[in-house]
Design a protein around this ligand. Structure first.
Ligand code: NAD
Length: 457
């Protein structure tokens, strides 16, 4: 069977890739296990450093072609594809740098023995990746895992496998055979990978519902799950904030990837004293956004990934229409052969709970007023998600109180959606388990072993 990959803006067929089955996953894991056991990869940190550094260079040199490929299979605008390439290169570069710094610790113990704690790579790790930022989200987790010395079986989304396959093919020849193996397919292949007996850790980025299935399959045989799941990102805007900056950042992050982004700033909570002003300023900006061909430099929002995804977004917009909270936008546009939605603003005092707390994953923001700090924090925390939130205020004490009161893995103060290869990130509550990036991201793919030495009298 072949998977047909189409251009999301035009619907045209771009390419076909061979679909694997459970036996294909088994063979891929076998090859990765063989590479883990026999190659120099797990032991030679200098080799890992060198390969990852040169791999970053090769991806950077091919960036133009990879951007074109990413744009076609995701349907998002070129500037986002360029950023995705830059983040991918940075993930490889940062992790190549820390490859040779992964160390344990030594202890003198009360009985006179010596304890050595060493970090060993877990073995074969599985990577299951979504379609919205397919290359970067793979390398965000894969680069720290390779730094740790694991070997990897990677399953891209069947909607967007092409750029990943091209970028993996750019690895330098010194990358030992089968250190990174790709399998293609959907739920069945993902499930076979997550449940495979020889896969010691599973990194999953995707929806919370599928994350639960993947974690269950992994934990049943005590493999380590690392989950980066859905989000309901909020900005909390206080009257003493720099409103120009806040509005700029909300606009930049609410409609990124047409709102199909885990970190999207989909919810805006505004103090009642400035709520009408902020709502109107946002509405004016949203009405001016241009939806259409992602190849056109004037386009702000490209395509929705599929008609099914667009139908799901429309379902939420229908809830808003029915209760009268849809302020503007939300029309389905039929341009070319893709699915497009005009960005929408939903606003009101007590809008439907589904709009407030569920992940819409489309070009939709909700603007809601609050009366005091406690209400702002309670509203932001009412969702099951806890990935990222921002606080807009020039009162340092308040921003600190907010940062402590909000149940999100990342809190930005007077900025939004800044992430760094150096600093771990991840979700609270149903937004995930574990942390990616930083040393913590490397440690997710290691086992800590205690070697206890009898030193004698
Ligand atoms: P998805 O959960 O439908 O699919 C993600 C991956 O899992 C794909 O590769 C898919 O083929 C695979 N899959 C599907 N069913 C499976 C199963 N039963 N077992 C194993 N694998 C299976 O998600 P999506 O639609 O590709 O992506 C959108 C979701 O991803 C949103 O919820 C978004 O918030 C989330 N996301 C999270 C982050 C983050 O870093 N936290 C980043 C991007 C996207």
């Amino acid at each position: 069977m072949a998977i047909e990959v189409n251009d999301k803006a035009t619907g045209e067929l771009i390419d076909r890739v061979e679909e694997n089955d459970a036996a294909g996953v088994d063979a891929a894991v076998g090859r990765a296990m063989e590479a883990f056991r026999r190659s120099a990869w797990r032991r030679d940190s200098r080799l890992r450093q060198d390969v990852m550094r040169r791999w970053a260079d090769a991806i950077e040199a091919a960036a133009d072609k990879l951007v074109d490929s990413l744009l076609a299979e995701t349907g998002k605008v070129r500037t986002e594809c360029e950023r995705e390439l830059a983040f991918t290169v940075d993930a490889l570069r940062f992790n190549s740098g820390i490859t040779r710094l992964i160390a344990g610790s030594a202890h003198e113990l009360p009985d006179g023995s010596a304890g050595h704690l060493i970090r060993e790579p877990v073995g074969v790790a599985g990577f299951i990746v979504p379609w919205n930022w397919p290359l970067f989200l793979l390398f965000r987790d894969l680069a720290p895992a390779l730094a740790a010395g694991v070997t990897a079986v990677v399953k891209p989304s069947p909607l967007t496998p092409l750029t990943t396959m091209r970028a993996v093919a750019l690895a330098p020849a010194e990358l030992p055979d089968s250190v990174v193996v790709i399998v293609n397919g959907g739920a069945e292949v993902g499930q076979a990978l997550a449940g495979h007996l020889d896969v010691a850790a599973v990194s999953f980025t995707g929806s919370t519902a599928v994350g639960r299935l993947v974690a269950t399959a992994a934990v049943q045989r005590f493999a380590k799950p690392m989950l980066e799941l859905g989000g309901k990102g909020a900005s909390l805007v206080f009257p003493d904030a720099d409103l120009d900056r806040a509005i700029e950042a909300i606009m930049a992050n609410a409609f990124i990837t047409a709102g199909q982004m885990c970190m999207a700033n989909s919810r805006v909570l505004v103090h009642r004293a400035i709520a009408a002003q902020v709502r109107d300023r946002l509405a004016e900006r949203v009405a001016a956004l241009h939806v259409g061909d992602p190849r056109d430099a004037a386009t702000d929002l490209g395509a929705i990934i599929s008609a099914t995804q667009a139908d799901g977004i429309q379902g939420y917009l229908d809830i808003a229409r029915a209760e009268g909270s849809l302020l503007l936008g939300g029309q389905r546009l039929e341009l070319g052969g893709g699915a497009f939605i005009q960005p929408a603003v939903i606003s009101g005092d007590r809008i439907d709970a589904r709009l407030r707390s569920e992940e819409i994953f489309g070009p939709v923001i909700t603007v809601e007023p609050f009366d005091d700090e406690d209400e702002a924090y309670a509203l932001a925390n009412e969702t099951q998600y806890g990935l990222g939130a921002a606080v807009w205020s020039n009162d340092v004490s308040r921003t600190w109180r907010a940062a402590r009161a909000l149940s999100f893995g990342t809190i930005w103060i007077n900025r939004y959606n800044r992430t760094f290869a150096e600093v771990p990130s991840g979700g609270m509550k149903s937004s995930g388990m574990g942390r990616t990036r930083g040393f913590e991201g490397v440690h997710e793919f290691t086992e800590l072993k205690h070697i206890n030495v009898e030193l004698g009298a």
